[in-house]
Design a protein around this ligand. Structure first.
Ligand SMILES: Nc1ncnc2c1ncn2[C@@H]1O[C@H](COP(=O)(O)OP(=O)(O)OP(=O)(O)O)[C@@H](O)[C@H]1O
Length: 663
């Protein structure tokens, strides 16, 4: 026996009798006190295993106040009272005593009550431990279930419900796995039934701005654990507007917050809310702290699973893409050319490749824009990631968005499965937007937003995904003209045209023709197994005279055709005469000229901008400000537009004329 016991009793005679009885029964009476404060001090000094306490004490704090402390400290106690007032008894009951003795009592009754109290206490500790062990096992079982990140968080919340009741829970972290939101919340609908409320939805339902919500979560992550019942919850809501909105929306009346550290510096927040005003107790915080290891292990593993899932998905995408890619670019070889114009291109490529700048490749069809895009990617630090090509001209307008940004299952009719877009596929690498001039206007605005915000949203998706992708765009169109015609957005043009590289047409680098011809001849000789015996002198002359409107692609085709027709013993001759048509005889009007120097680029940009602004002013009858004015249409501040107009020499009362009118 020899258990340490504390007597809290204001009647000296009763206390003394008790002391003698208990001592004789083998207890060690560690202290006797008649006040709340005295008891607190004795608990601090002696750490008793049992407390026997009167309801009425000296001073203004009662035995019931003390019982609450004992309950939190998990010390068994037995009330001793002459009072049988019903209200007081009811209140005493809420402190969950281990026994109750009414004065006057018999010696034997005291000893039996204390023995039962001790047994119940020991038993409840054991039961608690067993429950905690079960919780730990259940938490670790989440890892074996086949579910996604949010489903698993929900399972974890449901397990915690058994120990810490809640009607609404907000779970958040400062380092969410890539592709997942930093928080998710669950509203209890029934037994083991929850409604999942993601951040975006929460922002809508609770009428809190998304950024404000993220700031609020981050703030809670750094706070100390806290529990807020009754008045404390009201004060909290008066102080924190986000809590107030949540409380109103879900009719909540108490709250418990605790942030637990995970490995690798992450912190995980549990924010429990209940519709009852006094649900949360210190023991709930203590329980979570005891469960910290199990929770840490579980959440760390959940994060790892989410990461593995993401990487597996990414690998799968890359594998599929590469499978397609091998078919189209297995024959990728070096870029041939030693003309001055080509050497300039090589210089620009080496200059821009290592930095993350967006590149705009300009040039006629077949001049090697894709080849140069690949060279830039291969020379860049992103070379180990994918270069993903999107041919904007080849995609039907209604599919471009899904192709670029992906879609969720069921996002639209026919979306049977989730699909990852090209931007996500190119994560960490480069995206090559070929034929950018063909992109429909509404997609141009969406693309612009992605370039500005560096995040995408899958069609039908509920959250944004950060993308780290370098952009290389190409066009054989005269973009400035497209802008002036209102077909290409000026702001997108500025975004893309950070570093323009113009590929010269073959007729402007005739010295490369023999080199390229030799290169392709070797290639087709290998492919067809026919020996290459040179090119007939007349065919060579023809080749040098010809203007090659289809550029290198045309040359490649001509040489391939010549190989097909060749007997493998004689020099090559062309399968069709290479005659310049009237349009290709000189620099034809259909052939576009691209700027060569930075000054030319700037001049063209200014001309295009001027024409664009004038066209918009024409639409708005010269009105700059106000609803329907040019500033609104151009999505600019009126003052910015006015200063641009001044710079470009456009007067406010300028009567815009169309180009055809000779502006
Ligand atoms: N300098 C070069 N050396 C070797 N092959 C080249 C060179 N330039 C282009 N080619 C070859 O010519 C063909 C056309 O090139 P590419 O597809 O890169 O042109 P493009 O400018 O992107 O054409 P388009 O505008 O029609 O898409 C490809 O087969 C490419 O390998």
């Amino acid at each position: 026996m020899n258990k340490k016991i504390l007597i809290v009793e204001d009647e000296f005679i009763v206390a003394n009798d008790l002391r003698i009885t208990l001592k004789n029964a083998g207890y060690q009476v560690c202290a006797i006190t008649d006040t709340f404060n005295g008891a607190m001090q004795a608990i601090e000094t002696h750490d008793p295993e049992l407390v026997i306490l009167d309801i009425y004490l000296k001073g203004n704090r009662t035995g019931i106040d003390l019982a609450r402390v004992l309950h939190e400290k998990n010390i068994a106690f037995v009330y001793l009272s002459a009072n049988n007032n019903e209200t007081v008894m009811e209140e005493a009951k809420t402190t969950q005593p281990y026994g109750f003795l009414v004065k006057p009592f018999r010696e034997k009754d005291v000893l039996v009550a204390l023995e039962i109290a001790h047994y119940r206490h020991a038993h409840s500790i054991e039961a608690k431990l067993r429950k905690e062990q079960t919780l730990q096992v259940e938490l670790t079982n989440i890892m074996t279930s086949k579910a996604g990140w949010e489903e698993r968080l929900q399972q974890m919340a449901a397990i915690l419900q058994q120990a810490i009741p809640f009607d609404y829970i907000l779970l958040g972290m400062n380092n969410a796995p890539e592709g997942h939101n930093c928080a998710c919340s669950f509203f209890r609908l029934g037994f083991n039934e929850y409604q999942r409320i993601r951040l975006a939805e929460l922002s809508n339902v609770a009428n809190i701005q998304p950024e404000q919500l993220t700031g609020f979560i981050n703030q809670m992550i750094t706070n100390e654990p806290g529990l807020y019942n009754l008045d404390a919850f009201e004060t909290l809501c008066a102080r924190v507007p986000e809590k107030r909105s949540l409380a109103r929306k879900f009719s909540l009346e108490s709250n418990l917050d605790i942030a637990l550290p995970l490995t690798k510096g992450s912190i995980f927040l549990f924010s429990f809310y209940s519709r009852r005003p006094d649900t949360y107790k210190t023991e709930h915080i203590q329980l979570l702290q005891r469960l910290q290891n199990a929770l840490q292990l579980t959440i760390d593993r959940l994060i790892a699973f989410a990461e593995i899932e993401r990487l597996t998905e990414q690998l799968e995408r890359e594998k599929n893409y590469l499978r397609e890619e091998v078919k189209t670019t297995a024959n990728f070889e070096e870029i041939i050319g030693s003309s001055y114009n080509m050497l300039r291109v090589f210089d620009l490529v080496t200059q821009v490749a290592p930095v993350d700048t967006s590149v705009l490749l300009l040039g006629e069809s077949g001049t090697g824009k894709e080849l140069v895009a690949r060279a830039i990617h291969n020379l860049s630090p992103r070379k180990d990631k994918l270069l993903v090509k999107v041919n904007c001209a080849a995609l039907p307008a209604n599919l471009i968005e899904s192709e670029l940004f992906g879609h969720e299952k069921g996002a639209f009719t026919g979306a049977h499965d989730k699909r990852i877009g090209k931007f996500e596929l190119a994560q960490g690498g480069t995206i090559f937007l070929d034929e950018i001039g063909e992109m429909p206007p509404d997609m141009q605005s969406k693309l612009l937003r992605v370039l500005q915000e560096k995040e995408i949203e899958r069609i039908g998706g509920r959250h944004t995904i950060k993308v780290d992708v370098r952009i290389i765009a190409a066009t054989n169109r005269h973009l400035e003209k497209e802008i002036a015609a209102g077909k290409f957005r000026l702001d997108l043009y500025y975004r893309l045209n950070v570093f323009p590289i113009t590929l010269p047409p073959l007729r402007e680098r005739k010295e490369d023709i023999p080199l390229l011809a030799g290169f392709f001849a070797q290639k087709f000789s290998r492919k067809t197994g026919k020996a290459f015996h040179g090119i007939k002198p007349e065919a060579q002359e023809e080749m040098m005279r010809y203007n090659w409107p289809g550029n290198i692609r045309e040359m490649e085709n001509i040489i391939e055709q010549a190989f097909v027709l060749n007997d493998g013993k004689s020099p090559l001759q062309w399968g069709r005469p290479l005659i310049n048509s009237p349009e290709t005889a000189t620099s034809s009007p259909t052939i576009i000229t691209h700027p060569r120097t930075l000054d030319e680029v700037k001049q063209q940009q200014q001309d295009a901008e001027r024409e664009y602004i004038l066209a918009i002013l024409k639409e708005t009858n010269g009105r700059v400000r106000g609803a329907g004015g040019a500033a609104e249409k151009l999505n600019m501040k009126p003052t910015t537009l006015e200063s641009r107009m001044e710079k470009l020499g456009i007067k406010k009362n300028h009567t815009p004329k169309t180009k055809e009118n000779g502006n």
